[in-house]
Design a protein around this ligand. Structure first.
Ligand code: BTN
Length: 250
């Protein structure tokens, strides 16, 4: 693959409980080289956000984790990692899908095509004092799976395009785009990262329905704060910020 460090060292696992858990175990044992890629096409106990499971049919989809050491980020700026990884995935999709204009980032970092999810991201940061000592970036992508039994809100590359994709080639693209975005972040190009993230944000600047503690309300996404909270304008004109567990899209 055409990268300087991301994916240059890699571990392929025929079957694994969770590539993220495997990467965390590697980090516990020693210091893997930055950019180490762990990947599998059969993940048995994939973990998702908010403690959810991430299900994936064997040999159809991608489960991968990357180990990075972004010590230039602090606890306050760690959401930038979510931004660059979701942007990188939307870059990959824009290259491979026929309708790139339909690709959206659903806050904080799900990748959607239309109203359906095509990829999920689970970033697990390890802090030392106030900075990020290491991070495991976990990515699950629906590629060649044709049916989703437990949800009607998922979609895959193959469903959208009517053809199968080479999983290894997509992994290479993912590594290349994450490296490009990561280097952009390291070079402190924050304006461009944040404005592009908003440009791609699902339901940005549109009145739509949300729910907070079981209560539905209308809101308009007007931005994302530096620490990653979703900023909504309410019908009362008030601007309110929500954390990941405080709000649902309906
Ligand atoms: C989500 O949408 O809730 C996040 C899903 C993240 C799934 C990926 S698959 C590879 C990596 N290993 C895991 O156990 N989870 C992530």
């Amino acid at each position: 693959m055409n990268t300087l460090f991301i994916g240059q060292s890699s571990v392929y696992l025929e079957s694994v409980e969770s590539t993220n858990s495997y990467a965390i175990e590697l980090l516990r044992q020693n210091t893997p080289i930055e950019g180490t890629l762990i990947y599998s096409f059969e993940q048995l106990k994939g973990r998702g956000q908010r403690g959810n499971e991430w299900e994936s049919e064997a040999n159809k989809n991608i489960a991968l984790s990357l180990i990075l050491y972004p010590n230039f980020l602090t606890t306050e700026t760690q959401f930038l990692l979510s931004k660059i990884v979701s942007l990188a995935l939307s870059d990959v999709m824009a290259e491979l899908l026929q309708k790139p204009q339909e690709i959206r980032i659903k806050w904080p970092n799900d990748i959607y095509v239309g109203d359906k999810k095509i990829a999920g991201i689970l970033i697990e940061n390890f802090l030392r004092e106030n900075s990020i000592q290491s991070t495991v970036i976990g990515i699950g992508m629906n590629v060649n799976q044709m049916e989703f039994i437990t949800t009607n809100k998922a979609v895959s590359f193959a469903v959208l395009e009517g053809q199968e994709f080479d999983l290894m080639k997509i992994i290479e693209r993912v590594c290349e785009h994450i490296e490009a975005r990561y280097l952009q972040l390291k070079a402190n190009k924050l304006e461009s990262i944040s404005s592009y993230y908003l440009l791609k944000l699902y339901r940005f600047n549109k009145w739509s329905n949300f729910s907070e503690k079981g209560k539905n309300f209308e809101g308009k996404i007007v931005g994302v704060s530096e620490n990653g909270k979703l900023k909504l304008e309410l019908r009362s004109n008030e601007i309110k910020e929500y954390g990941l567990k405080e709000i649902e899209f309906i």
